[in-house]
Ligand binder design. Structure first.
Ligand code: DC
Length: 228
């Protein structure tokens, strides 16, 4: 029997591959609507960080650590920053590099890891205030009840260029060839994994952003939102 979901108007999901502009769009929409943001990728990056920097070697150790820790997502809309408060430690910049992202993508294949952070993601929604949820499986798995689901696309070359500009703005050095390779490898992993692969929900609006500015993408999403 098919389950009929009651659609919720104050959740917008944004899924898509890395570097496609999900985060930037999430901030623009959250500011416009005065809603919260869930940057789910940051939670997977935390998992990558635990594995690489805290030397938690097995999935079991990571899951146990996640279960006993206090994990909060902290968003500063004015400064355009999402960070994680892990127990008393704030993690932001440390999570935003390609080594952590690649490890996050590898570990994101594991069902136990995905299950350990489902609750944190679902808890980010408070029905009083809306939520913009960005990631890979926001529309398909975490918030299938969202009335507006957006899936962003752009070629790997365009995304590598955008990511390079973001990193340069933050004063980080970039090797374009390596960045493109890392993006393609992450696409491969995120699209082809068995559990919660990167794909548009059946009812998602798919937007190819390759030749659009972020403001044009925002306009398209808002037009769809107003039609709900
Ligand atoms: O969005 P991001 O680049 O910060 O995400 C880092 C990695 O985390 C991404 O390559 C795959 C994983 N991820 C995931 O599997 N599911 C999500 N909802 C978000 C991220």
């Amino acid at each position: 029997m098919d389950v009929i979901l009651k659609l919720v108007r104050n959740i917008i999901t944004i899924d898509g591959p890395s570097g496609v502009g999900k985060g930037t769009l999430a901030f623009l929409l959250a500011e416009k609507l005065d809603w919260h943001i869930l940057d789910s990728g940051l939670l997977y990056r935390l998992v990558g960080y635990l594995s690489l920097k805290e030397k938690l070697e097995t999935t079991r150790e990571i899951v146990q650590f996640l279960n006993k820790s206090k994990i909060q997502l902290v968003t500063n809309l004015k400064e355009g920053i999402c960070e994680i408060k892990l127990n008393k430690k704030i993690l932001g910049k440390e999570l935003r590099n390609e080594n952590i992202a690649s490890r996050a993508s590898e570990l994101a294949k594991k069902e136990e890891i995905r299950n350990a952070i489902i609750k944190i993601q679902r808890n980010a929604y408070d029905s009083e205030k809306g939520l913009i949820a960005d990631g890979r499986d926001m529309g398909t798995i975490i918030f299938p009840e969202a009335a507006l689901k957006v899936f962003l696309l752009a070629s790997p070359e365009v995304r590598a260029e955008r990511r390079a500009n973001q990193l340069k703005e933050k004063g980080m050095s970039v090797i374009m060839h390596d960045l493109l390779e890392q993006i393609q490898q992450r696409d491969e992993e995120d699209i082809n994994r068995k559990i919660s692969p990167l794909k548009p929900a059946d009812d998602a609006i798919v937007i190819d952003t390759s030749s659009l500015s972020i403001k044009e993408v925002e306009k398209k999403v808002m037009e769809n939102f107003k039609k709900l």
